[in-house]
Design a binder for this molecule. Structure first.
Ligand code: CP3
Length: 343
C-alpha cells in the first residue's frame, strides 16, 4: 500500500528513519512569494482558509518547492471560534481579533453548527489527499483548548495571555467549562479531518508555556487528554502529535498523560532532555526559526546538533515553532538538503 511509504506516518508508528522525514510548522506562509500572491487574491485571510481552491493551492506550494515529507492543511486554529460566532477577523499588521467572551457567553456556547461551518475545510482535506504525492503525509490540525481559549477571552493576541490567566483564577468553573467545550468540538473537528483523508493530526498548544505547574495540569494537559480520548474512542488508530510550546520540564510526562503518539519540542528544549523524551516515543522539532533567518553556519550547526542528538531514534525534523516571514526561501532549500544528507 502507498501509505506504508509515508515517512512521517512511519515515524509516528515508532520507526527510526535515516535521514528523518522533514516538514516545517507554518511552511505555507508569507516567506514564500507565491503564498503572498495567492493571499493578495483571496481577500480576507479567512476567505483563504474557507476557499478550497485557494487553500489547496497554498498547501501545495511548499510541497512543490521542497518536497517536504508532510503537507499541513492550510487553515488556522481560530476557525473554531469563528464557527462559534465570535466574529473573528485578521487585521493587516495587528493579528487576530474577535469578540471577547465572558461567563454569559460561555454559558450560551452552542456546538451544533460548527461542523457545517467548517465543511470547506473538510473539502480542502479530501482534495489535498487526492492531489498530493502518495508518499506525502497529510496532516490536519487544531488548536489546543487552552491556546484557543486565550484568544477567545482576550479577543486578540497578547504578550503573555494575562487576560485568560486572570479570568481562569476569577471564574474557574466557567473557564473549565469553556475548555471542556472546546475539547469536545475540537475532537469532532479532528475526527472529520481524519475521515476526509488526514493521515495524522497535530494539536497546537502554543501558549502552554505561560501556565504555572498546577494550571498546566488542569488547563493544558487535561483538555488535550480529553480531546485525544474522544478522538481515539471513535478512530482508535488515529495518529496524534501534541505540541506544547515553552513548557520545559513539564514535557516529561506530557506524552503519557495526554496519550499523544509524538510530542513536539520547541527550540529551548535541551537536546539531552529531548533524547530522554525520545526513549518513550517519537519527537518532532526543534530548530530555532531564527537560525533559518540567519542561514549559513548558524543554520547548519543547529541542524547537525539535532541530527547528532536525535537522529538515531524516532524523529520528525521540524522547527521549534513556525517559520517567520523574513526567512529566505533559499535557506529552506538548504535546510532540507542538509537534513537529507546532501547539503
Ligand atoms: O503550518 C502551516 O503552514 C498551516 C497553517 C497554519 C496557520 N496558522 C496559517 C496562518 C497553522 C498550523 C496555524 C496555527 C496557528 N494560528 C497557531 C498555532 C501555532 C503557532 O504558530 O503558534 C496560532 C497561535 C494561530 C493564530 C494566528 N493566526 C495568529 C496569532 C496569526 C497572526 C500572526 C501572523 O503570523 O500573522 C495568524 C495568522 C496566520 N495563520 C497566518 C498564516 C499563514 C498569517 C496571516 C496572513 O497570511 O495574512
Amino acid at each position: 500500500m502507498a501509505e506504508t511509504h509515508r515517512k512521517v506516518l512511519e515515524v509516528l508508528n515508532g520507526k527510526c528513519l535515516t535521514p528523518p522525514p522533514v516538514w516545517l510548522m507554518r511552511q505555507a506562509g508569507r516567506y514564500l512569494p507565491e503564498y503572498r500572491a495567492t493571499r493578495a487574491k483571496a481577500g480576507s485571510f479567512l476567505d483563504l482558509c474557507y476557499t478550497p481552491d485557494l487553500a489547496v493551492e497554498v498547501t501545495l506550494q511548499p510541497i512543490r518547492r521542497y518536497a517536504f515529507d508532510a503537507a499541513i492543511l492550510f487553515s488556522d486554529i481560530l476557525v473554531i471560534p469563528d464557527a462559534l460566532h465570535r466574529n473573528v477577523r485578521f487585521e493587516e499588521g495587528h493579528g487576530p481579533r474577535m469578540e471577547p467572551i465572558d461567563t454569559d457567553g460561555i454559558a450560551r456556547l452552542e456546538g451544533a453548527g460548527v461542523l457545517s461551518h467548517l465543511a470547506p475545510v473538510f473539502e480542502t482535506v479530501s482534495r489535498l489527499r487526492r492531489e498530493l504525492p502518495a508518499e506525502t503525509t497529510l496532516l490536519g490540525f487544531c488548536g489546543a483548548p487552552w491556546t484557543v481559549a486565550t484568544y477567545m477571552i482576550a479577543g486578540r493576541g497578547t504578550p503573555d495571555q494575562a487576560p485568560a490567566r486572570l479570568f481562569a483564577y476569577r471564574h474557574r468553573k466557567a473557564f473549565e467549562q469553556l475548555l471542556a467545550f472546546l475539547a469536545d468540538v475540537s475532537a469532532d473537528y479532528l475526527v472529520e479531518q481524519i475521515d476526509a483523508g488526514a493521515d495524522a493530526v497535530q494539536i497546537f498548544d502554543s501558549w502552554a508555556g505561560v501556565l504555572g505547574e498546577d494550571e498546566f495540569a488542569r488547563f493544558a494537559v487535561e483538555p488535550v487528554r480529553r480531546m485525544i480520548a474522544s478522538v481515539r474512542a471513535r478512530r482508535p488508530g488515529a495518529k496524534i502529535i501534541a505540541f506544547a510550546k515553552g513548557v520545559g520540564l513539564l514535557l516529561k510526562d506530557y506524552r503519557r498523560l495526554t496519550g499523544a503518539d509524538a510530542i513536539g519540542l520547541d527550540w529551548a528544549v535541551p537536546l539531552s532532555f529531548a533524547a530522554e523524551l525520545q526513549k518513550e516515543g517519537p519527537v518532532q522539532g526543534n530548530l530555532d526559526p531564527m537560525r533559518v533567518v540567519a542561514g549559513g553556519a548558524a543554520m547548519e550547526s543547529g541542524i547537525d546538533r539535532i541530527l547528532d542528538a536525535l537522529g538515531h531514534g524516532p524523529l520528525i525534523f521540524n522547527l521549534g515553532h513556525g517559520i517567520t516571514p523574513e526567512a529566505d526561501p533559499e535557506n529552506v532549500a538548504a535546510l532540507v538538503a542538509r537534513v537529507r544528507g546532501s547539503g
